[in-house]
Ligand binder design. Structure first.
Ligand code: KG4
Ligand code: ZN
Length: 340
């Protein structure tokens, strides 16, 4: 894999509910700014129509802030990188239309970036970064995917979730427990006080390297429904941390099982963990203990680069530009884009 292209890249990411912009100069991150949308919290999940409207309201200010923090002017920018999919159609359209407008008016190339590829490249935002080839476990609110990244950056999807994404399971179970959205960090925060052996939730194990998280969600629902309604409030007050720790321990096992088998089968040395759920303390601990024991190298971005951000989009674009890859201004948003 060659290193990237020189110049200043402005990255824009609006695929879900975070409006983000970042500046990368010669592959080095100068600034990364994310504006989240707390307005969804009251609905317990992202409301697509509200998300796109909020992106529209915020995108100009977010890009200005990224430029200001990097101490560069818009006229200094040499290329515009933007997420074209997968994601929410209305949200993607805001970022993409804005990026196309900038590209056309500044007369600089446009580089469309797949959001999942962005998560893969989040391990290149800061040093140390993996050597190619490496295995990348992407665990986020929308995706759970195990990808082999080859010598030339080519992707081979080894496994994926057959139902819910890992982050989705965290969010849905948190909602059942009466915890606020997004549920992942809420559950994670409570686990240090809880007993992971309080209840053993079943671990789904599929053939190959696929994942499944719908079963554990149903198990939690049945577990809660088995508690008489009159006692449920008291039970949750007494055992919230225990339930969080038991659930998290099961999810971590279900991510680590296919990942560790793939590492073993493919004899791969370099492992990356990316996406929002890679901020999870239990998963980080389990992955790092596994890599230490097996003598493998683990790369996990800083929590802020695990979540959706534009630094990963601008970084992925840096490598694309080096390979001469740019996008036409006819590029359209693709809500169901797959990893090429
Ligand atoms: O990567 P991301 O910001 O957005 C997507 O591309 O989906 O991931 C968001 C997801 C949410 O489901 C959130 O609950 C989860 O990542 N998450 C966590 C933690 N921090 C964020 N899940 C478990 N533990 C965490 N500490
Ligand atoms: Zn994401």
């Amino acid at each position: 894999m060659t290193s990237g292209a020189d110049g200043l890249i402005l990255g824009i990411e609006t695929s879900c509910d975070d409006t983000a912009a970042a500046i990368v100069s010669d592959g080095r991150l100068l600034s990364s700014f994310v504006s989240s949308q707390p307005l969804h919290d009251q609905y317990g999940g992202v409301v697509p129509e509200l998300a796109s409207r909020d992106h529209q309201k915020n995108v100009v200010a977010v890009v200005r802030e990224a430029l200001r923090q990097a101490s560069v002017a818009l006229s200094d920018v040499d290329a515009i990188a933007v997420t074209y999919g997968p994601g929410l159609a209305g949200s993607l359209l805001v970022g993409l239309s804005f990026a196309k407008g900038l590209s056309a008016s500044l007369g600089v190339p446009l580089i469309g970036v797949n959001h999942i590829e962005g998560h893969i490249y989040s391990v290149f935002i800061e040093e140390p970064s993996p050597r190619f080839p490496f295995l990348c476990m992407i665990v986020s609110g929308g995706h759970t995917m195990l990808v082999h990244v080859g010598e030339n950056g080519e992707h081979d999807i080894l496994g994926r979730t057959r139902d819910d994404a890992a982050g989705e399971a965290f969010d849905k179970v948190a909602k059942m427990l009466g915890l606020p959205y997004p549920g992942g960090p809420e559950i994670d925060r409570r686990t240090s006080e809880g007993d992971p052996d309080f209840h053993r939730f079943p671990r789904a194990r599929l053939d190959g390297y696929d994942f499944s998280f719908s079963g554990i969600k149903t198990s939690m629902l049945y577990f809660l429904n088995d508690i008489p309604e009159a006692d449920r409030g008291r039970f949750l007050a007494d055992h919230m941390s225990d339930l969080c720790a038991s659930f998290q321990s099961a999810v971590v096992d279900m991510i680590m099982d296919p990942l560790s088998r793939a590492v073993h089968d493919m004899r791969i040395q370099e492992i990356a963990l990316t996406g929002g759920v890679s901020a999870n303390s239990g998963l980080r601990e389990a992955a790092s203990a596994f890599c230490k024991e097996k003598g493998r190298h683990l790369y996990v971005p800083k929590p802020e680069y695990c979540m959706d951000n534009a630094a990963m989009i601008a970084t992925a674009a840096y490598y694309k530009l080096a390979s001469g890859i740019t996008s036409p201004l006819t590029l359209t948003a693709d809500p169901a884009a797959t990893l090429a």
